[in-house]
Design a protein around this ligand. Structure first.
Ligand code: NAI
Ligand SMILES: O=C(O)[C@H](O)CS(=O)(=O)O
Length: 477
């Protein structure tokens, strides 16, 4: 068993210094509610100082190669400290230790990719001379960092989703003010220590901890923040966009991800992947499988396999390597999921397996006989529940998938190239994953949704584009 974190007390990180405040809040192990650390509470002057230090640091040259080296060093330090980071993630999120290790590995890849992309920031030659009268002109574009980037991140993937913002922001030459989720701040603070160790110039990264509804408005009302990058709920994303005014805002928001299992699919493969990707991190993943549409011809066979696989999932202490699913982030979230499932049952849904809550745990649950108006289908459950329905033909199921306010990613199991191409053209999402579920992601791919799932793309190359401004220079020779 890993070392259980006992004392991770952190201050704020402003201008390269740790600032431990009088006002602190405990961070709890989400499985046993024991204190694993504490963080300081940010006030208005802390925010002003953090933004000011980021702005000042931005004026000090930080070369492309230095950025590359710092990011690569932190990636290596992450790998060297995998067990410590995995233990903190497992405890403060409630994520099984094996999944937490996977997150640390992906985070190192995200930073390595950010480092590589720092070397690939370039513009392009623009042939303005093609215009009559411009024969004697030459033009090209260049990309410039926006300046101070405010990054706000969610609780569920507390390391990799921070790396997806801090990595590209620094690679692009920006300074960062980071506000991690109040439920899971220790991981980001531990990562900050690695940036310090790697020699990141002071002021390039500042970390403020505390409640989002208190710290957030202090950031959005600060005119020296040049850009916001947010991952979290649509409600908060919408608020940040309003408060940001004309400044750029990158939004990675929610989803009620659908996956299709067609009559020609590999049913064993589909059932195994759906059972896995519906319940990773107790379903607290925004591309978690939430709606599954199965062709009539294979419905009973698929349902039987998913029900069996789901009923075998072992719940327990996230620090126990045999645990396959841990607690949810808070008991009130588990109670909300319980309420939504009970509501669906009252409206006719059937519980194939699961459906019971034990404190902060909610059993992995498979529902059938659902309809699109039920909350478990229409809204984002963000919990360990998957609703399985059937369909008769391709056009019908495409309409079912598109019947959503969200559009992040969707999955499609089929061996029909024609159906895959039709789905590619007609399913309105940011990513379609063929022969895997909606839950597939690798960290250098463009990732982001449409509709209420947000705006912009992450993946270091794409985030760098959003964290830089393109300028054209035209020479009249
Ligand atoms: N698209 C994606 O890649 C992902 C999306 N999510 C979404 O995040 C949600 C779950 O994560 P949560 O942390 O519960 O989301 P949340 O929206 O409650 O909080 C996210 C972050 O926003 C901060 N915040 C809260 N109120 C704020 C305000 N008024 N102004 C500024 N910041 C504020 C929080 O402190 C936290 O750091 C789900 O909707 C999920 O779909 C989660 C992970 C990835
Ligand atoms: O959507 C999320 O919760 C994460 O972005 C998914 S992943 O990056 O952990 O695959």
């Amino acid at each position: 068993m890993n070392k259980v974190a006992t004392d991770y007390s952190f201050g704020l990180f402003i201008n390269g210094e740790w600032r431990i405040k009088e006002d602190t809040v405990p961070v709890l192990n989400k499985y046993n509610q024991e204190k694993i650390g504490e963080t300081s509470i940010t006030n208005e002057s802390d925010v002003k100082e953090a933004v000011e230090s980021a702005k000042k640091a931005f004026q000090v040259p930080f070369s492309l190669y230095d950025r590359y080296q710092v990011l690569l060093k932190v990636a290596q330090l992450l790998k060297d400290n995998t067990e410590e980071f995995a233990a903190i993630i497992a405890q403060e999120v409630g994520k099984p230790i094996n999944e937490a290790r996977g997150e640390v590995g992906r985070s190192a890849l995200t930073l390595e990719n950010s480092a590589e992309e720092a070397k690939r920031i370039h513009g392009e030659e623009i042939p303005v001379e093609a215009a009559p009268g411009s024969e004697n002109r030459k033009a090209f574009t260049r990309r410039y960092p926006v300046g101070v980037v405010a990054a706000i991140t969610p609780f569920n993937v507390p390391l990799n989703l921070v790396c997806h913002k801090v990595g590209p922001a620094l690679a692009a030459g920006n300074s960062v003010v980071l506000k991690p989720a109040e439920q899971t701040p220790l991981t980001a603070l531990l990562l900050t220590r690695l940036f310090e160790e790697a020699g990141l110039p002071k002021g390039r990264l500042n970390v403020l901890t505390g409640e989002g509804h208190e710290v957030g408005p202090l950031l959005t009302s600060n005119p020296d923040v040049n850009m916001f990058t947010f991952t979290g709920s649509p409600q908060v994303g919408e608020r940040i966009r309003k408060e940001a005014g004309l400044r750029d805002v990158a939004l990675e928001l929610g989803n009620n991800s659908a996956t299709i299992v067609h009559k020609d699919a590999d049913i064993d493969q589909a059932a195994q992947l759906v059972a896995q990707k519906s319940f990773n991190n107790a379903g607290q993943v925004c591309i978690s499988v939430q709606r599954v549409y199965v062709h009539d011809d294979v419905y009973d066979q698929f349902l039987g396999k998913v029900r069996e696989a789901t009923s075998q999932i072992k719940l327990g202490d996230p620090m126990d390597p045999s645990t396959q699913m841990g607690p949810m982030i808070a008991e009130e979230e588990a109670a909300r999921v319980e309420e939504w499932v009970n509501e669906a049952v009252a409206e006719g849904a059937a519980i194939e397996t699961g459906g019971k809550r034990d404190g902060v745990f909610y059993q992995p649950t498979v529902l059938t006989n659902v309809n699109s108006e039920m909350k478990v289908c229409k809204q984002e459950v963000f919990g360990p529940v998957v609703a399985i329905d059937s369909y008769a033909d391709e056009d019908e199921v495409i309409s079912f998938v598109n019947d959503s306010e969200y559009g992040l990613q969707a999955g499609l199991f089929t061996n029909s190239l024609a159906f895959a191409m039709k789905a590619m053209d007609h399913i309105h999402v940011g990513g379609l994953i063929v022969n895997d579920t909606s839950g597939y992601r690798v960290d250098h791919m463009p990732y982001g949704g449409v509709k209420k799932s947000g705006t912009g793309k992450e993946g270091p190359r794409y985030a760098i584009e959003e964290m830089t401004e393109e300028k054209i220079v035209v020479f009249n020779l």
